[in-house]
Design a protein around this ligand. Structure first.
Ligand SMILES: *Cc1c(COP(=O)(O)O)cnc(C)c1O
Length: 367
């Protein structure tokens, strides 16, 4: 006899990821980069990358050369671009593993050129298309492009791409993207003037891909869309994960029972409670509306009382569940279980924060 329960588990679903890639590809003639930063928005970089590539993604993207090396170690040979690189660009690793790097300032390029690498580092020039975040400001473009051109001619780097990012695509309104598209047109003209041939130009993320073909250029970079999130809210994509937890305790309680810290919920009738071993340390938002529920055996049950660090309590009405019964905290949609979009609404946030916030002690599995 074993006492084992199935612990809280986040299951990644490759089929919806593939379907979402096919959906995005049906909207564009450009090639598609699958963005798997932040461990593929919490879903696991390698399995998401594998599913996306099998469905037609021809590039991968992430925010650190180290993450890209891990993707190579998982056996993927697809071209990979990294940007941001919070530990700095590791030129040797990027050259050794054929990892393209985005360079967003003259400083970043100079630092890269100070390093020795076994081969020319593949570079995408990252220009600010209008959000004053990463990306080279327009007044420095000429310097960056001239310096990159010289290093390219010397064989130190191989400039392959031109990257921008849309500030307002989530509005789903092409007019909001027009200034960024115009800036990219100026950047493309500047690199051609500097003597580069046609570079691979890319600007759009999920929202631009789904709502504005004028932003697609040569490649689109889809991250949120892989895991079922269209930030513009225009396209219903399929969720790509399921979060489950076992009932660890279940009991009958009388009317007037105070639940959890500070008794913030008091029962108004006789009922049953189930305890689930997941809390804010696992990414359950602490601030949630009273509508929040989970699904158990096809029924929906409200979360009552405060979310604790490690546990939540659900009111299961007349039902008393056996220890070990599986509760679904969120699923991909199409059932009575809540979705990440429900959790986003209940917590006043966006679905991205739900999936990227799932804690490290939640077990991961692949369907
Ligand atoms: C995160 C990111 C993406 C992907 O954005 P989604 O809206 O999640 O598709 C694309 N490009 C850059 C530069 C990013 O940082």
């Amino acid at each position: 006899m074993t006492a084992a329960l199935t612990p809280p588990t986040l299951q990644t679903l490759p089929d919806p990821i593939a379907a979402n890639v096919v959906r995005a590809r049906s909207r564009t003639r450009a090639r598609l980069m699958a963005v798997v930063k932040a461990d593929a928005y919490g879903h696991g970089a390698a399995p998401v990358a594998r599913a996306a590539v099998a469905a037609g993604a021809s590039w991968l993207g992430t925010t650190d050369v180290g993450d890209a090396v891990a993707i190579r170690a998982a056996g993927l040979r697809t071209p990979i671009l990294t940007w941001l690189n919070p530990s700095g660009i590791d030129a040797e690793a990027s050259a050794a593993h054929a990892i393209d790097v985005a360079v967003g300032s003259v400083d970043e390029l100079e630092t890269l050129l100070l390093q020795r690498a076994p081969a020319a580092v593949r570079v995408h020039l990252h220009v600010d298309a209008g959000m004053a975040r990463e990306g080279c400001p327009e007044r420095e473009w000429e310097t960056l492009i001239a310096r990159a051109r010289a290093a390219h001619v010397d064989g130190r780097i191989e400039v392959r791409g031109l990257m921008g990012h849309l500030p307002s695509a989530d509005r789903g309104d092409p007019a909001a993207n027009a200034p960024a598209v115009e800036r990219m047109r100026r950047a493309r003209a500047a690199v051609v003037r500097a003597g580069f041939g046609p570079l691979l130009a890319h600007l759009a993320a999920t929202s631009g891909t789904l709502t504005d073909p004028a932003t697609h250029l040569d490649m689109v970079r889809v991250g949120a869309g892989l895991v079922g999130i269209d930030p513009s809210g225009r396209t219903a994509l399929t969720g790509a994960s399921r979060l489950t937890a076992p009932v660890v305790h279940s009991r009958a309680v009388a009317v007037g029972t105070a639940i959890g810290y500070d008794g913030s919920h008091v029962t108004t009738a006789e009922t049953h409670l189930s305890v689930l071993p997941l809390g804010y340390a696992d990414g359950i938002p602490r601030e949630i509306s009273r509508d929040a529920f989970v699904e158990i055996e096809g029924l929906t049950h409200r979360i009552v009382g405060r979310v604790s660090m490690d546990q939540i309590v659900v009111d299961t009405g007349p039902r008393r569940y056996a220890r070990g019964t599986t509760a679904t905290v969120f699923g991909p949609g199409g059932t009575t279980a809540p979705t990440i979009h429900d959790w986003a609404r209940w917590s006043g946030s966006i679905a991205h924060t739900i999936v990227t916030g799932i804690g490290a002690r939640v077990r991961r599995s692949i369907a």
